[in-house]
Design a protein around this ligand. Structure first.
Ligand code: SF4
Length: 400
């Protein structure tokens, strides 16, 4: 069975021909059409165990013959304490050293490029005691690295401090990674508690280093808060990852230069940029006329930029950001770090390798690649790979 917000999202316009094809392609036996889905999962398990027809399970999509058919809808409002994961029902080898968990659902913000809070409803949190029980069980299974997948782990700020104090008190030897909002971390204590409780890395949805673009995005964040937050995180040895959106309505050469300067001046450990993905269901589309937005997804234009120009700016950023290490958008992104940490490969070992890779890509894809420089970089990359403290059979590098 496959479910969750992505499946729910796919079905917003019903079970279209495209969705039929996707569901056949994904190859699951059934899909859950509900942004939560814990209740549907429980009912599905009960139906299977008791031999009841799956058509009775609300929010389920099944394929009785050739086509996928949606059962009746029943919106879920699940209590996160009641839906806590019973980690003891897993064995250590099923979980591994790095585990993902969630302590809250939805998000308290309304960024104008995002429709997630509309789909997921009000911010709902699990109690600190529920989180405590889950962490104890995970530590008993041998988990060392935790990824909190909450959309903004440090909001509400008071609860975040309670969670950190609980983790310090429990002293379970767990390192953790999460999304983090610098604009809502306003005192030194927040950063101290994060570091003391095991925070090793944070994903920062910076989106832009320009005040006008941040206002258009309704980020409720200021450049100064970002700057102070990144500095405080770095002081405490916490890995920072800045995610940037390029080409949001209002974007132009000046705002892009401000963003490039921002990344170079603040120097987060890692960064990446992606063109704005125009989501017609997001709040900014209500101001479509004001911004002159036409098109959607990765094919759009508005009064100050179009999607091709945004892609070109992503390339320019790649060349001009020199004080932070680039991570790709897919396959090897921020969330790979805790996984690799669990395999014994730390950020300090990865950074030299990634820096060399970036330099090599810049030289190779530049207008006049210098063969001598390329050879030096290839040699350096081979050394960086060899320096990784891992079994050689698992990492190898060939210049070809
Ligand atoms: S992008 Fe903004 S609105 Fe969307 S989940 Fe993140 S913080 Fe919330």
């Amino acid at each position: 069975m496959v479910g969750g917000p992505l499946i729910d999202n796919l079905c917003l316009d019903g079970i279209t021909d495209e969705v039929q094809d996707l569901f056949h392609g994904m190859g699951a036996d059934s899909y859950v059409r509900e942004s939560q889905g814990e209740h549907a999962l429980t009912e599905l398990c009960q139906a299977v165990l008791r031999g009841r027809p799956l058509e009775e399970v609300a929010n389920l999509i099944t394929c009785p013959k050739d086509d996928w058919v949606a059962n009746r809808r029943r919106p879920e409002a699940n209590d996160l304490d009641a839906c806590a994961i019973d980690w003891q029902s897993f064995t250590p080898d099923q979980i591994g050293m790095t585990a993902q968990t969630r302590t809250a659902r939805s998000c308290a913000f309304k960024c104008s490029f995002c429709d997630y809070p509309t789909r997921a409803g009000a911010l709902t949190t699990a109690s600190v005691d529920t989180v405590r029980r889950e962490l104890r069980a995970m530590a008993e299974l041998g988990v060392k690295n935790l990824v909190f997948v909450d959309d903004t782990f440090n909001v509400p700020p008071k609860r975040f401090k309670e969670l950190c104090r609980m983790m310090i008190e429990e002293d379970l030897g767990l390192d953790w990674y999460s999304y983090f909002r610098c604009s809502n971390a306003r005192d030194e204590e927040t950063f101290d508690l994060a570091a003391q409780s095991g925070c090793r890395g944070v994903f920062l949805g910076i989106e832009s280093g320009d005040a006008d673009i941040l206002a258009n995005m309704n980020k409720l964040a200021q450049d100064s808060q970002y700057r102070a937050g990144i500095a405080r995180l770095k002081e405490r040895g916490i890995t920072t990852f800045a995610s940037i959106i390029v080409g949001f309505p209002g974007e132009n050469e000046r705002t892009m230069q401000n963003t490039i300067d921002f990344v170079n001046e603040t120097g987060p450990t890692f960064w990446r940029a992606q063109p704005w993905w125009g989501n017609p269901r997001s709040p900014v589309y209500r101001n479509k006329e004001v911004y002159g937005i036409e098109g959607a997804a990765y094919d759009w234009s508005h009064a100050t930029m179009n999607s091709k120009e945004a892609a070109a700016w992503c390339d320019k950023m790649f060349d001009r950001v020199t004080e932070s290490v680039w991570l790709p958008l897919y396959d090897f992104d921020f969330w790979s770090l805790p996984y690799l940490e669990g395999k014994g490969l730390g950020v300090d070992e990865l950074v030299p390798l990634l820096r060399t890779t970036q330099e090599l890509m810049r030289e190779r894809d530049g207008q006049h690649p210098d063969p001598t420089r390329l050879a030096v970089l290839h040699e350096q990359l081979a050394k960086d790979v060899a320096a990784l403290d891992m079994a050689p059979a698992r990492f190898s590098y060939a210049a070809s």
